[in-house]
Write a protein that binds this ligand. Structure first.
Ligand code: HEC
Length: 146
């Protein structure tokens, strides 16, 4: 009787341990799923210039032209504008319109706002990669230099 009771207790304790382990694994999986959902792993590895362009686009342009360059109702869809048949199908046209803007139409003049033309070129590299279908939406990873 005494041995069988302690054996039962041991079984219960072992069972509890397994249950606890299962709960821990379960919540760890759940946390991973939440992380994947809200912070997706980067899908593209890009040069430092394109990465900087992605960052600057999000800081300065996304509020009107859409996150991931996906467009909004208030400004042109730049993925479309930069296509070969689009109105901004050269790097020069892009640099020109972004630098000078179209203030009367709601597009800020970025050079007079103090944006360095080198930054505009980096933004171009990012938007062009999105327009050419070479980059997925979301945060890219940086290529390790050297
Ligand atoms: C306050 C809103 C706003 C912000 C911020 C903004 N834009 Fe614009 N942008 C516009 C609007 C509106 C137009 C369309 C103007 C027109 O009707 O001709 C436009 C036009 C453009 C065009 C020409 C597109 C075409 O098809 O003719 C380019 C390129 C462009 N923006 C790039 C940028 C870049 C790059 C940034 C960030 C540095 C930026 N914009 C920030 C509102 C904005």
């Amino acid at each position: 009787m005494r041995t069988s009771l302690s054996a039962t207790l041991r079984r219960l304790a072992a069972g509890g341990g397994i249950l606890l382990a299962a709960v821990t694994v379960g919540s760890r999986l759940e946390a991973q799923e939440i992380r994947d959902q809200y912070h997706q792993a980067p899908r593209d590895t890009v040069s430092q210039a394109v990465y900087d362009g992605w960052k600057q686009f999000n800081l300065n342009c996304a509020r009107c032209h859409g996150e991931d360059v996906l467009g909004t109702t208030i400004a042109p869809h730049l993925i479309v504008s930069l296509k070969p048949q689009g109105p901004i199908n050269t790097k020069e046209a892009f640099l020109q319109v972004v630098c000078a803007g179209r203030p009367a139409k709601g597009m800020p003049a970025w050079c007079s706002l103090g944006m360095d033309p080198a930054i505009i070129e980096k933004i171009y590299a990012y938007v062009k990669a999105r327009s050419d279908g070479k980059m997925s939406p979301g945060r890219p990873a940086r290529k390790v230099q050297g």
